[in-house]
Design a protein around this ligand. Structure first.
Ligand SMILES: [Zn+2]
Length: 266
């Protein structure tokens, strides 16, 4: 069994899959049993969840600079199991965002952070998401910015998406040190780095570093419901090669594939 804890969906685009059962069967046959669907428009997020409640775990992507704590509560009341933050105008660890983290923590759901590099054009004028008042600074999304949040909210469950690309060592330090911080290799960069690099990080001198390895989650960042299975299959194969490389024991593979995601998004 495997949960893809960073997935997007081609939802809201016609024709809408009325009964996507066949598609889901095919995903399951190819190794993905459930997805954590991260979606910016809550209308589509909850509609998708209603249609495939057994396949989708909904996570609401919000504009960290304009959302209020009460709006976060409403998203969770509607079923969101996590809140995803991306493209901040200040570092994630800035005081201005603490009321949001406080609410997410109180609600007991997970804060998902896009960490590291962010594609150009998503938040600029005419971009796919919220239009930001100024240009994005990717250093505001470095994994190290998570550290200050943890100091303020040690109980907040955090998932760092994309392993801090390219600040890999910072991401490793965050998951190794902070008990409620997890990370994944989703996106287009981490899986293209060499297994020697990942092996050196997670099994220095050939010895598995359990403290960090057990904080990983399986995730792809691919788009579902478009009948393209190749994207997530690439990530499955990468994680498997990584597991073999660091001699990951079966119990930890299970944790990374399923257990950690259930802990974060149940
Ligand atoms: Zn994504």
């Amino acid at each position: 069994m495997r949960i893809d804890c960073h997935a997007h969906g081609w939802w809201g685009i016609e024709p809408k899959p009325e009964s996507p059962g066949g598609y889901i069967d095919e995903c399951q046959r190819r190794g993905i049993d459930k997805i954590v669907l991260i979606q910016a428009e809550d209308r589509h997020l909850f509609e998708a969840f209603e249609i495939c409640p057994d396949f989708i775990i909904p996570v609401a992507q919000v504009d960290i600079d304009t959302i209020t704590p009460d709006e976060i509560s409403r998203l969770v009341e509607r079923g969101a199991k996590g809140i995803k933050f991306i493209g901040p105008m200040h570092p994630y660890g800035a005081d201005i965002y603490f009321p949001l983290y406080d609410r997410v923590c109180q609600l007991g759901v997970t804060a998902v952070f896009h960490t590291g590099y962010l594609m150009v054009g998503l938040f600029e004028k005419g971009g796919a998401f919220y239009e930001k008042p100024s240009l994005i600074d990717i250093t505001d999304m470095r994994p190290a910015t998570i550290d200050r949040i943890v100091r303020g909210f040690p109980d907040l469950k955090i998932l760092m998406a994309h392993f801090g690309n390219p600040w890999w060592e910072e991401a490793w330090k965050m998951i190794s040190t902070h008990k409620n911080v997890y990370a994944d290799f989703s996106g287009g960069t981490a899986y293209r780095r060499s297994l020697s690099m990942w092996g050196e990080m997670f099994a220095p001198n050939g010895e598995l570093d359990v403290a960090s390895a057990e904080k990983l989650c399986f995730a792809s960042d691919c788009t579902y419901f478009i009948n393209d299975y190749f994207e997530f299959e690439k990530l499955i194969s990468f994680y498997q090669r990584f597991f073999d490389r660091v001699k990951m024991p079966e119990a930890l593979r299970e944790k990374i594939n399923v257990g950690n995601s259930l802990k974060l998004f149940r």
